[in-house]
Ligand binder design. Structure first.
Ligand SMILES: Nc1ncnc2c1ncn2[C@@H]1O[C@H](COP(=O)(O)OP(=O)(O)OP(=O)(O)O)[C@@H](O)[C@H]1O
Length: 256
């Protein structure tokens, strides 16, 4: 194991983060250090506490104990909207794609939201027009420019993921949380979405929950392994995949 990161190197860190549901410890005393500009994976067998951790980090649910620091600010008691405005944005489980709208309009609406607008502006094409340039840049960043005028509902599953990523980028996140970005993708979409994540991670930080170990190995600088709510191991892919405790935790599991 390498030395623990200095606090200032970390965009997000937790101290003793815990969540109890009626006496059941879903997350127990978890201390995470997410380094700035890294791609960090949270992995573990089913029920290990990964989703609960994400819900805690984004303050969707309150912690039973422990603290969460984002850029060294204590956000443990912040509300989820403030956390998102502060730059930590979660993508992929809460679909932000409006099927009936065009691909371009989905991104323009996200940009308008970032600018503080409400949904009432939808009908005003003139208001949305001012976001066209930036929206096209974001579509180009996720390789969706040729589909700008398609209805979002008509995109393939992989391209819908790319569109979700574009609407997430519209919020100018510093830290993107991806909840199983590869889940449900067809074989042909895994490579493109993996490359896309690498591309958007270039000047940002990404924390992802992912079961696909090939994708984790390819993308992630650092991996935290959870088991039964606790940190079992942390390190590079080589370190954790050679850790006897991690191998034992996955024995008989579907994701080994
Ligand atoms: N609201 C809740 N009330 C009670 N128990 C919960 C609640 N949410 C999660 N749990 C329990 O906490 C444990 C961790 O669940 P969690 O969904 O965080 O695991 P996970 O690692 O994301 O699993 P998976 O890989 O299957 O998605 C599980 O045993 C789950 O049943």
């Amino acid at each position: 194991m390498t030395n623990p990161a200095r606090a200032s190197d970390c965009i997000l860190r937790t101290e003793g983060l815990s969540k109890e549901f009626l006496g059941f410890h879903a997350v127990k005393n978890v201390s995470l250090n997410i380094r700035r500009h890294s791609i960090h994976a949270l992995i573990g067998p089913n029920g290990a506490g990964k989703t609960t951790c994400f819900n805690l980090l984004t303050t969707f649910i309150p912690a039973s104990a422990g603290r969460i620091y984002y850029n060294e600010h204590d956000i443990t008691k912040s509300d989820p909207a403030s956390v998102a405005i502060g730059g930590m944005v979660r993508s992929f489980q809460i679909s932000a794609v409006f099927g009936q709208m065009s691909v371009l309009d989905n991104v323009r609406v996200a940009l308008q939201r970032k600018a503080g607008g409400t949904f009432a502006f939808w009908r005003s094409a003139r208001v949305l027009e001012r976001y066209t340039g930036r929206a096209r840049e974001l579509l180009a960043a996720v390789n969706l420019e040729p589909y700008a005028n398609f209805s979002a509902a008509d995109l393939s599953y992989g391209r819908k993921r790319a569109l979700e990523l574009a609407t997430t980028l519209a919020l100018e996140p510093e830290l993107i949380l991806l909840d199983e970005p590869i889940a449900g993708l067809g074989h042909e979409d895994i490579g493109p979405v993996t490359r896309l994540i690498a591309q958007v991670a270039k000047d940002r930080t990404v924390l992802m929950v992912e079961h696909n170990m090939k994708v984790v190995a390819e993308l992630c600088d650092r991996i935290t392994v959870l088991q039964a709510g606790e940190v079992l191991a942390e390190g590079s892919y080589e370190e954790v995949s050679n850790d006897a405790r991690v191998r034992a935790a996955y024995v008989g599991g579907a994701h080994a």
